[in-house]
Design a protein around this ligand. Structure first.
Ligand code: GMT
Length: 375
């Protein structure tokens, strides 16, 4: 198949899922065309089946807000016509689904019919999409999609709850590439981080408010009172400086390292014992799956799709959003007993294996065929 993929070319979340899916489909012999405003972060190598088409947005003095959606729709028309694509797959509804719909209508005037699939990732439904500024367009473009997928059952239910949707939504969970995310021997790194054999706790995110990064620091302050440990904070965003200040205020800053954005996340996860994800909302929790693949159990909130990923008492524990005491108590419970910790580590890997790329990619492949055949 010849497939156009539209996504945000970002470091995490939906951009990573879209890029990894495209790479895997290209390995399977499909021709994949990425259409976005920057080279996607994990697409920095050559493959004969992978193509990148940049969307450039012209600046004019009149435009206080350059119309990216129109530039994207025009570029999609161009790429579909000249590369003769069979299907468009857009990740994150805003504004990709409405741009794909517009492109589809324009292509029809050339006698070209192309279906498009929209994958909902989370904040496009739970946060941004519910803003009345966007809601009518999001509702319309989901209903006009030829296929719709969501990354968890919870996100599917939220979509039906908050929008007037008459389309069937297929749940296809996110996946993990175990050839990249697996436990690596990084003993020298572990020694540098935890020279006295301390336990290593880790959090990775974009440090947005929705991640509740302050809860990570507060939780760790309680854990370090009981268990000799270190905390690695990976990533960058608005809340990072707040967390740095908080760790000073709580007198634990010598045990907390802020590492900023890192490419080799799997190496950091490989020296970690416990992953912390106290998010306010999380449609899936891809960062937690990456941790599990590196044998790191997870203490998380029970928000959104997290209970579908992190299995209570098996791969970790889940508590209500904001229950810092409860999360800290469960973290200590896992970390205080070596045998118990090792069992949780094995369980985390076993769960990650269920969501291995090779198991999930065919679900998309089959769905593409179904949508192409029925359109
Ligand atoms: O979590 C973020 O802030 C990034 C966001 C995105 O849209 O890229 O992530 C969302 O999509 C990921 C991939 O499907 C999910 O794993 C995240 O749970 C989801 N984030 C939220 O729902 C807050």
């Amino acid at each position: 198949m010849k497939i156009g993929i539209v996504c945000y070319p970002t470091f995490g979340g939906s951009g990573v899922v879209a890029t990894e899916l495209g790479k895997a489909l290209a390995d399977r012999g499909h021709q994949i065309h990425f259409v976005t405003y920057n080279q996607p972060a994990r697409l920095d190598f050559f493959s004969e089946n992978l193509f990148y088409h940049e969307v450039s947005v012209s600046q004019y003095p009149l435009f206080d807000y350059p119309p990216y959606e129109l530039a994207l729709a025009s570029r999609l028309v161009d790429v579909v016509r000249f590369e003769k694509l069979d299907l468009l797959h857009v990740h994150y509804a805003i504004p990709h689904a409405s741009a794909a719909y517009m492109a589809k209508q324009i292509l029809a005037t050339y006698g070209i019919s192309i279906p498009f699939i929209t994958t909902l990732h989370g904040t496009d439904i739970t946060l941004v999409g519910q803003d009345s500024t966007y809601k009518p367009v999001v509702t319309f473009s989901i209903n006009k999609s030829d296929g719709v997928t969501a990354v968890s059952e919870h996100l599917k239910q939220d979509t039906y709850k908050y929008f007037d949707i008459e389309k069937d939504i297929k749940v296809i969970p996110n996946f993990i590439d175990l050839t990249r995310f697996s436990l690596k021997a990084k003993d020298h790194f572990k020694k540098a981080i935890a020279p006295n054999g301390e336990k290593v706790l880790v959090h990775t995110s974009n440090f947005r408010k929705v991640k509740r990064t302050e809860d990570v620091i507060k939780m760790f302050a309680k854990v370090v009172e009981k268990i000799p440990s270190k905390l690695l904070m990976v990533g960058d965003g608005g809340e990072r400086s707040v967390c740095e200040q908080l760790s000073r205020d709580l007198g634990i800053n010598e045990h907390v390292r802020f590492l900023g954005k890192q490419d080799a996340i799997e190496e950091i996860l490989s020296v970690s014992d416990l992953f912390l994800m106290p998010s306010q909302s999380e449609s899936f929790g891809l960062a937690a799956l990456e941790a599990m693949a590196c044998k790191v159990p997870v203490i998380s909130s029970n928000a959104g799709g997290l209970p579908e990923l992190n299995i209570e008492g098996v791969t970790g524990y889940l508590k209500d959003v904001g229950d810092v005491d409860g999360m800290a108590e469960r973290a200590i419970y896992i970390l205080e007993d070596e045998e118990r910790l090792n069992q949780f580590k094995e369980n985390a890997l076993a769960r990650a294996k269920e969501l291995e790329l090779a198991n999930i990619m065919p679900l998309y492949e089959n769905y593409y065929r179904e949508i192409i055949e029925s359109s």
